[in-house]
Ligand binder design. Structure first.
Ligand code: PMP
Length: 401
């Protein structure tokens, strides 16, 4: 019998599918606004200088080999990554209240966190922003944690729906997990202000919900690693317990190396030890231990003051190229006399902008103008550069007509 005959064809991943369509299109003016990876002003992938230097040093280092890492990863990397995220002076770290494990980039770290919660906390549901990065939903579905949505995006203001979000948190079942984008919300590019974060934290703490921060863009939003970690640090400083998934895909350009970590902030060191011991059981059965190369690179960069400085400077440049392109796109739209308020292009932050274009308008962008983007109106700002920004502005204006 055909053992697999009942299996239905799955729909293609909308994000990865956009890349395939872009690559196939021979049009000379095509623009990739779907790409979830940084591109230079020449449209090329970027290898950070500090990464190149670290790799060179690793090849020459006689102490480096290709042995297995421990279940929870490279000790130096995990410690330095945790300090980068929570702050070197974090009381939670000093009090040994953070259970940390290396993870397979942001996605793998989310996944071990989700599995840990499912097995040990049995939450009634996880609350996820509407909209969000699509994989959030699938990750929690795969570990059988029911997914609920909280309102996040308000089309009329192209900003945050704080009242809707707070109401949903207030009504969430006791013991719910709340997934939060720590900065550079994907896909909207809209982050809460500090005051808005404080109101969100008040409800989470008052209702004793469990926060799970997804930190995929530290340093990418503002160019400042400290500023982009503000929400997480502020929540922890209020005594909040939480999980944090951390990725070095974007901020170090290490997409394919799959380097990241999961941190679980607990109330005391005894709990933390028990939590880490069980997290290791989760990891052991999933992939035994994480990959080595990215951990060696990031441990080297974070542990070497000169390389670290070099990385931070280049990262600032990356974030600012995106910020400059937001301004250029906005000015391009204004120059064309576009109707309506487009200030959200410059006020949104991070890699993406949620344009507010309807699915039909997105079709015009893609089919007529060869500007590949998601049908939900999300464009990646990294696909925009000084050579194509006017073309993209013209496409957006035309798509409205
Ligand atoms: N979270 C968010 C919000 C993201 O946008 C991404 C990348 N698109 C990730 C997590 C995971 O990325 P990675 O697994 O490559 O680190």
């Amino acid at each position: 019998s055909n053992k697999f005959g009942h299996i239905q064809l799955a729909p293609p991943d909308p994000i990865l599918g956009t890349a395939v369509a872009y690559n196939k299109d021979p049009h000379p003016n095509k623009v990739n606004l779907g790409v979830g990876a940084y591109r230079t002003n020449e449209g090329k992938p970027l290898i950070f200088q500090a990464v190149r230097e670290a790799e060179r040093a690793l090849i020459e280092d006689p102490a480096v080999n290709h042995e297995y890492l421990g279940i929870d990863g490279h000790e130096g990397f995990v410690r330095l990554a945790r300090e980068l995220l929570l702050g070197a002076d974090s009381p939670a770290i000093a009090e040994h209240r953070v259970a940390s494990s290396q993870g397979i980039s942001g996605t793998g770290s989310l996944r071990i966190g989700a599995e840990f919660l499912s097995v040990y906390l049995h939450p009634p549901c996880v609350l996820i922003s509407e909209p969000t990065w699509g994989n959030h939903i699938t990750i929690f579905e795969k570990v059988n944690v029911p997914v609920k949505k909280y309102p996040y995006w308000k089309l009329e203001t192209r900003g945050i729906d704080l009242d809707g979000m707070l109401a949903a948190l207030n009504e969430a079942p006791a013991g719910s997990v709340v997934l939060l984008h720590s900065c550079a919300h994907n896909p909207t590019g809209v982050d809460p202000t500090h005051e808005q974060w404080e109101r969100i934290f008040e409800v989470i703490l008052a209702r004793d919900l469990l926060a799970f921060f997804d930190s995929a863009y530290q340093g990418f939003a503002t160019g400042d690693l400290e500023a982009d970690a503000w929400a997480i640090r502020s929540f922890i400083s209020r005594g909040g317990q939480c999980l944090v998934s951390q990725s070095f895909a974007k901020n170090a350009g290490l997409y394919g190396e799959r380097i990241g970590a999961l941190h679980i902030v607990c109330t005391d060191s005894d709990t933390t030890e028990r939590v880490l011991s069980q997290l290791k059981i989760v990891v052991r059965a999933m992939y035994s231990n994480p990959p080595l190369h990215g951990a060696l690179i990031m441990a080297k960069i974070l542990g070497d003051p000169a390389l670290r400085e070099n990385w931070q400077n280049e990262l600032r440049g990356v974030a600012h190229r995106i910020i400059d392109m937001r301004r250029a796109l906005y000015e391009g739209l204004i120059k064309l006399g576009i109707a309506g308020d487009w200030t959200h292009i410059t006020s949104q932050i991070g890699m993406f902008s949620y344009t507010g274009l309807t699915p039909a308008q997105c079709e015009v962008m893609i089919n007529k103008w060869h500007c590949y983007m998601l049908k939900n109106g999300r464009i990646s700002m990294t696909g925009i550069n000084t050579h194509n920004v006017e073309y993209v502005a013209a496409a957006i204006k035309d798509s409205l007509e």
